[in-house]
Design a protein around this ligand. Structure first.
Ligand SMILES: [Zn+2]
Length: 316
């Protein structure tokens, strides 16, 4: 895409530069508190307020504070390009109900999407490949933002300098942890990483723990199930495991995930997602590998996995 990134639009450096000092926390007047760039803060505050109150005859769309986040010092998942979150120019709203997905999954009303778009926020639900309905990002320049703010007039709900942690301030999570950070963890594990966690409930239980351990093993981080800085870095970095080898007679959650992805790819006969790597799964893998020009050995290593995530819109 020949589109300008935030740096080119005049917002300075993004990830890996730490821009937290340029953020302030805005609120919807209720439970939502988001860290965003001070240059767009009044716009975000206005949009949050309109979103929860409703516009005209449209009833408001309720936001849950623990399902929303803003600033995060990170790259776009699955890439080494800075995410708009790293400038504080993007927000994620009600993540569990608006997950990253190959097909659009959202509970956001049309008027709300229109409201944000009319204030120069692009909606992740419009992305061409992987849909990211929770995500809104400001696509204007600092001058555009200033003009919008003048037009909006007085917008009050700004809350002082940002106390909310950015991604590099992420807390250590372990079995028994709960709250918004666990929602975030589960959203990443079930979205880009593709684990079947059931409900995203913000409670770090056994399924979450098993998924974390698996990721840790794949990246040679030990497997204590404790999400510290190194594990967060892996989770924030992307979706393709560095160590993966699935082959005939492999079994488990990752095979089930493989089967789901192959079904999403759709060009092979539908597979049961039973987590058992049998002949049919192997044939589907070979078919996929042939189709994308990989060596057709029927073994799923990091390259096949990464290509499959791409082909199904799970990775950029
Ligand atoms: Zn986002």
């Amino acid at each position: 895409m020949a589109e300008l990134d935030a740096y080119q639009r005049g917002w300075g450096q993004g990830w890996p530069a730490d821009r937290r000092a340029d953020t302030v926390t805005v609120t919807d007047g209720q439970s939502v508190k988001l860290a965003v760039h001070r240059g767009v803060a009044p716009i975000v505050a206005y949009l949050l307020g309109q979103t929860v109150r409703g516009v005209g005859r449209n009833r408001g769309y309720a936001l849950r504070g623990d399902w929303c986040w803003g600033y995060g010092n990170r790259a776009i998942r699955g890439s080494n390009r800075p995410s708009n979150h790293s400038w504080g120019l993007a927000v994620d709203l009600n993540a569990p109900n608006n997950p990253m997905s190959p097909r659009l999954v959202t509970d956001m009303p049309e008027w709300m999407v229109g409201l944000w778009k009319s204030h120069m926020f692009r909606w992740g639900g419009d992305y061409r490949r992987r849909k990211d309905a929770m995500h809104y990002e400001f696509i204007g320049t600092p001058d555009d933002a200033e003009r919008l703010i003048i037009r909006l007039g007085d917008v009050t709900p700004l809350v002082a300098p940002t106390a909310q942690p950015g991604d590099d301030g992420e807390p250590v999570l372990r079995m028994g942890s709960s709250g918004p950070w666990v929602v975030k963890l589960q959203t990443i594990l079930s979205g880009p990483f593709g684990f079947a966690l059931g409900k995203i409930d913000g409670v770090f239980g056994r399924r979450t723990s098993a998924a974390v351990k698996k990721v840790q093993r794949q990246h040679r981080l030990g497997d204590d199930g404790v999400v510290g800085a190194k594990t967060w870095a892996v989770l924030n970095a992307g979706s393709a495991p560095k160590q993966i080898s699935l082959t005939l007679r492999s079994s488990g959650a990752q095979v089930a995930r493989l089967q789901t992805l192959l079904n999403e790819w759709k060009k092979a006969p539908r597979l049961a997602t039973d987590g058992q790597f049998g002949e049919r799964t192997r044939n589907a893998v070979i078919e996929f590998q042939r189709a994308v020009g990989l060596g057709a050995d029927g073994i799923v290593g990091p390259r096949t996995w990464a290509r499959l995530l791409q082909a199904t819109g799970h990775a950029a």
